[in-house]
Design a protein around this ligand. Sequence first.
Ligand SMILES: NC(=O)c1ccc[n+]([C@@H]2O[C@H](COP(=O)([O-])OP(=O)(O)OC[C@H]3O[C@@H](n4cnc5c(N)ncnc54)[C@H](O)[C@@H]3O)[C@@H](O)[C@H]2O)c1
Ligand SMILES: O=c1ccn([C@@H]2O[C@H](COP(=O)(O)OP(=O)(O)O[C@H]3O[C@H](CO)[C@@H](O)[C@H](O)[C@H]3O)[C@@H](O)[C@H]2O)c(=O)[nH]1
Length: 445
Amino acid sequence: MAVIAQKCPGIKVTVVDMNEQRIAAWNDPNLDNLPIYEPGLKEVVAEARGRNLFFSTDVEDAIDAAEMVFISVNTPTKTYGIGKGMAADLKYVELCARQIARVAKSDKIVVEKSTLPVRTAQSIRTILNAEGKDLNFQVLSNPEFLAEGTAVQDLHKPDRVLIGGGQDEAGQRALNALADIYAGWVDRDRILTTNVWSSELSKLTANAFLAQRVSSINAISALCEKSGADVDEIARAIGMDSRIGPKFLKSSVGFGGSCFQKDILNLVYIAQSYGLTEVADYWEQVIKMNDYQKRRFAENIVQKLFNTVSGKKIAMLGWAFKKDTNDTRESAAIYVADYLLNEQAELWVYDPKVKAEQIYADLDYLNTRSEDENRRLVKVVNDPYEAMDDAHAVAVLTEWDEFKTYDWQKVFEGMKKPAFVFDGRNVSNGRMLGTIGFHYQGIGK
Ligand SMILES: NC(=O)c1ccc[n+]([C@@H]2O[C@H](COP(=O)([O-])OP(=O)(O)OC[C@H]3O[C@@H](n4cnc5c(N)ncnc54)[C@H](O)[C@@H]3O)[C@@H](O)[C@H]2O)c1
Ligand SMILES: O=c1ccn([C@@H]2O[C@H](COP(=O)(O)OP(=O)(O)O[C@H]3O[C@H](CO)[C@@H](O)[C@H](O)[C@H]3O)[C@@H](O)[C@H]2O)c(=O)[nH]1
């Protein structure tokens, strides 16, 4: 929404959220206090905020005033009832639709920006029309493809913008109104229009394909570790085949983030509910492989440290699910930490952007042990050297650029011997670390 406001100064954009604290942070005069860390975002907000970009908790007022409403609320995996642990929880989306239906006094175009199961637009349409008002509501699907860490760049130069709309005249008019907004800065030939169901299902499919690539290369990484092949060399070799392409082939400790797992589970659930068991099983393997990769990484640490990490200090570099974000949702680091804590390790965590309270909240949420115990066993520090000093091992969980620049000779001198580095992102120069004296283990090496 901030980028739409930046690129279309003639459009008034009001971002509303019922979370007062978040809105207050978006309105904070100090741009370093924005609730999301994302390269380039504060510059965008600085340009548009107060001009045509506003943040408010007055949801009803904003709905009333708007011609177009983007539903962008969270759609987490259900934690209760039918579809628990798989289906998307649509209660927040439904609440929005009901609120729009209740408040609206004029025609509205309602845009699904949240990631939603195929055919959700049907339910939204039914709810909007159920108030029996003499108003025209058009429902469009406009999924978001930005990746965190590169969000502003992705929005400024999207590969494509996808808009699904009704095939009748009113539907096409609404679709064109939204396409015209994007055309303010995106080439028309990158603005793709489809029917609503294709658009909704394309979003889940895109994430499933992307995550599948990561699981595929991670599966090969396990084979590399047994056979003497090198997964980065393989990624390079296969990526030069133009049919495969070089992107998204970075083997890692496992994918994280709020989207991949949630959206694939949702896809699996949808396939199951249509009775497509083989389709569901096929996509579920992507998640299973990812769980295996996280577990494999943690197990390897224990095994290499002579089968016990009890009472041993282990430094964890990185907690975010990828670099250049402070988002930790579903981060592999959380699960690796939990595994090591079950083995009674003492963890010292350093992440350049994640705050200590977030790290403790992530661990507490798992409910594996008491909050006191999490605080006793896990130290969060602001200095990476402090995390690594006197440690038995260093585990790299996020690919932050700064990890490449550390004085590894100094780190080695400060650590217990033998000194181990487990690089879950293949960011370090393994040969150089080996020369210093480290026992180095990358992924798929
Ligand atoms: N985060 C991403 O990179 C990304 C990318 C593409 C798509 N998506 C999709 O976008 C959606 C939102 O994701 P997110 O990461 O921003 O989630 P989020 O949980 O960070 O934010 C959702 C916000 O919606 C607010 N909210 C919930 N119900 C509300 C209501 N009835 N009225 C007003 N505000 C309400 C919450 O307070 C919260 O601040 C999800 O469907 C997600 O799959 C996210
Ligand atoms: O080669 C790779 C690429 C990614 N990852 C990991 O995969 C996860 C997801 O990364 P990425 O896709 O870059 O970030 P997200 O912000 O989760 O973005 C994904 O999820 C969004 C939400 O749906 C979509 O909009 C984006 O298109 C889609 O890329 C992270 O843990 C990465 O470290 C790898 O391990 N290897």
